[in-house]
Design a protein around this ligand. Structure first.
Ligand code: AHR
Length: 511
C-alpha cells in the first residue's frame, strides 16, 4: 500500500445469524499472574499500600481487574512454576521459607501462595487456573497439591488446608500439566517423549482423585520452536486419553521499524491455532478416537522480547525486581484487539485463553508501589471484547485489499469478528484497520438480521500511534465515541481511521 488521496480502501463483511463458529466462551478472557517481577508483590498484593484490604490485596488493582472482565487467572507461572514448591507458600507466613527463583533470578519470599491466590480470585470474581511443577517435580507432588486444594476434608492435606483457615476447598477445575517444557530455558526441560509420559501419568493420577478436572498438556512455547508440530504429535500420542487441551504460547512485538508486520501479528496466531488443531486432529485420526483435543492459548500478548534478551535477568538476587514492565502504545492496543479477534474466530477449538500477564509484567494494568494503578492502552480492547462478545461467534465472510509485510506475507488491511446474542437481539462487531496509510471503510451486510439500529460505536486510535497512558496521564488513550459508523438499508458502514480498533453494537428494532 502506498499513501493515496483516492477513495478509502473498502472491506466487506457478510454476516448471517445461522452461520456460526461456536458459542462465545467466557474462558477466552482469561489472564495470568506469575510470581515474576512485580506482578504479585507490588501488583496484586501489597499489604503496606494505602488501598490494601485486610488480606493485603490492592483494592485499586482489584477494581481494574473486575472492570476488565477477566474470566480466569492462570497461576503461579510460567517459568517460575518449574522450580516452585507449593508447600512453601501455605501456612503461617512467618514460617514460610525464602527461596531462590531460578527462572527470574529473584528471591521468592512466599508471602503470597495458594490460599491467598484462591482468596484473591474470589474477590476478583475470577476462576483460578493452576499450573503444576512438572519441571523439577512429578506425579506425587501434583496429587498432593490437588488433595490440598480440592479435597473437602478428612485427609492429611485437606485438613492441613483447613488448619490454615481455608475451610472450603478451592475447587480448582483447570490444571496445566507443567509449563513450556519444550523450552531449553525451562528448569527441568524435557524431550517430548519424557514429557508426554509424565503428563499422561500425572493426569491419570489426578483423574483418579477427580475425573471432572480439565487438564492441559504443554504444547509448544512458540510456533517458531524447532520442535513445533513434532512436539504436539508425540505428547498427544502419549497423553491423548488423559488430557482435554494442549497449550499454545505466543508473544508478538514490533521488530525495528516494521510496524506493518507487527499490525498483522494476528495472522500468525490464526496459523498457529490452525496448525495445532490439525496436529491434534491427525493424532485423533491415527488413534481412531472420538474425543477431540482443544487448544488452551494460555500465554499470549505483545512483549518486546528483543529488549528483554538484550537486558537479561537481574545480576543480583532481589525480591520482586522490576521486570519487563513494557509500556504499550496505540499500535500495541490494535494488535491486542486483533489477537482477541483471532481467538474469538477460533472459538470452536480454542477452549481457553490467558493473556500474559495481568499486572505490571507485560500487563494491561500498571501499579506503582505505594502509588497509583492505571490502565495501559491494551486494557481497553480486552475490556471491550470481554464485555461485548456474547452469544455465538459468527462465521463472517470478509473481503478486503491486502498489504505486503516482511514477516507475514500479504496481510488483509482489515480484520473483524462479530458475535450475535439472539436472545438479546444484539450484534457486536469488532474490527481493526491495520493500514498506516489512512482510513478504511468497513461495510457489513446485515440484511439477514432484519432491521437493526445502531446502539453504540467506539474507536481507539490516535494521530500518534506511539501515544501511551502513564501514571500522570492515564487516559491519554481510551476508546472514544465513533462518529464514523452508520446503518442504512441493512448495511453498516464504519469509517475506520488508520491503525484503529473499532467496536459497534447493533440491536434489533422491536415493536
Ligand atoms: O510470561 C513470561 C514468560 O513467558 C513465562 O514465564 C513463560 O512461560 C514464557 O516464556
Amino acid at each position: 500500500m502506498s499513501p493515496s488521496s483516492g477513495p478509502a480502501p473498502t472491506a466487506t463483511l457478510s454476516l448471517h445469524p445461522s452461520f456460526v463458529v461456536g458459542p462465545v466462551r467466557r474462558e477466552t478472557f482469561g489472564s495470568f499472574v506469575e510470581h515474576m517481577g512485580r506482578c504479585v508483590y507490588g501488583g496484586i498484593y501489597e499489604p503496606d499500600h494505602p488501598a490494601a484490604d485486610g488480606d493485603g490485596f490492592r483494592t485499586d488493582v482489584l477494581d481494574l481487574v473486575r472492570g476488565m472482565g477477566v474470566s480466569s487467572v492462570r497461576y503461579p507461572g510460567g517459568n517460575f512454576v518449574s522450580g516452585h514448591r507449593w508447600e512453601d507458600g501455605v501456612g503461617p507466613r512467618e514460617q514460610r521459607p525464602r527461596r531462590l527463583d531460578l527462572a527470574w533470578h529473584s528471591v521468592e519470599t512466599n508471602a503470597f501462595g495458594l490460599d491467598e491466590f484462591a482468596r484473591w480470585c474470589a474477590k476478583a470474581g475470577v476462576e483460578p487456573m493452576m499450573a503444576l511443577n512438572l519441571g523439577t517435580r512429578g506425579v506425587a507432588e501434583a496429587v498432593e497439591l490437588l488433595e490440598y486444594a480440592n479435597v473437602p476434608s478428612g485427609t492429611a492435606r485437606s485438613e492441613l488446608r483447613r488448619s490454615h483457615g481455608a475451610d472450603a476447598p478451592h475447587a480448582i477445575r483447570t490444571w496445566c500439566l507443567g509449563n513450556e517444557l519444550d523450552g531449553p530455558w525451562q528448569t527441568g526441560h524435557k524431550t517430548a517423549h519424557e514429557y508426554g509420559r509424565l503428563a499422561a501419568e500425572t493426569a491419570a493420577a489426578m483423574r483418579a482423585v477427580d475425573a471432572g478436572l480439565r487438564l492441559v498438556a504443554c504444547g509448544s512455547s512458540g510456533r517458531g520452536m524447532p520442535t513445533f508440530g513434532a512436539w504436539e504429535d508425540t505428547v498427544l500420542d502419549l497423553a491423548y486419553d488423559h488430557v482435554d487441551m494442549v497449550s499454545a504460547h505466543a508473544y508478538y512485538q514490533q521488530h525495528g521499524d516494521d510496524l506493518g508486520s507487527h499490525l498483522a501479528s494476528a495472522t500468525d496466531m490464526d496459523a498457529f491455532v490452525e496448525e495445532v488443531v490439525a496436529t491434534a486432529d491427525a493424532v485423533r485420526a491415527r488413534r481412531k478416537a472420538d474425543k477431540r483435543i482443544d487448544v488452551s492459548f494460555d500465554e499470549w500478548n505483545v512483549w518486546d522480547q528483543e529488549r528483554w534478551e538484550a537486558d537479561g535477568p537481574p545480576s543480583t538476587w532481589q525480591e520482586a525486581p522490576r521486570l519487563i514492565e513494557d509500556v504499550y502504545d496505540v499500535a500495541d492496543a490494535v494488535v491486542v484487539g486483533n489477537l482477541l479477534i483471532s481467538l474469538l474466530r477460533h472459538t470452536d477449538r480454542v477452549a481457553s485463553a490467558s493473556q500474559a500477564q495481568l499486572v505490571n509484567v507485560i500487563a494491561p494494568i500498571r501499579a506503582e508501589s505505594g502509588g497509583a494503578a492505571w490502565r495501559q492502552t491494551t486494557y481497553h480492547p480486552f475490556a471491550q471484547a470481554a464485555a461485548l462478545a456474547r452469544g455465538a461467534v459468527l462465521r463472517g465472510e470478509l473481503a478486503c485489499p491486502t498489504y505486503e509485510t516482511a514477516r507475514h506475507g500479504d496481510a488483509p488491511l482489515v480484520d473483524a469478528v462479530a458475535t450475535w446474542d439472539e436472545e438479546a437481539g444484539r450484534l457486536a462487531v469488532m474490527a481493526v484497520n491495520r493500514s498506516q496509510q489512512g482510513g478504511c471503510l468497513l461495510e457489513v451486510d446485515l440484511r439477514a438480521f432484519g432491521p437493526l439500529r445502531l446502539a453504540s460505536a467506539t474507536v481507539l486510535a490516535d494521530d500518534d500511534v506511539r501515544a501511551v497512558n502513564t501514571e500522570q496521564d492515564p487516559d491519554r488513550v481510551v476508546p472514544r465515541r465513533h462518529d464514523g459508523a452508520s446503518v442504512a438499508d441493512g448495511r453498516l458502514s464504519v469509517r475506520m481511521p488508520a491503525v484503529s480498533w473499532n467496536t459497534v453494537v447493533l440491536e434489533v428494532q422491536r415493536g
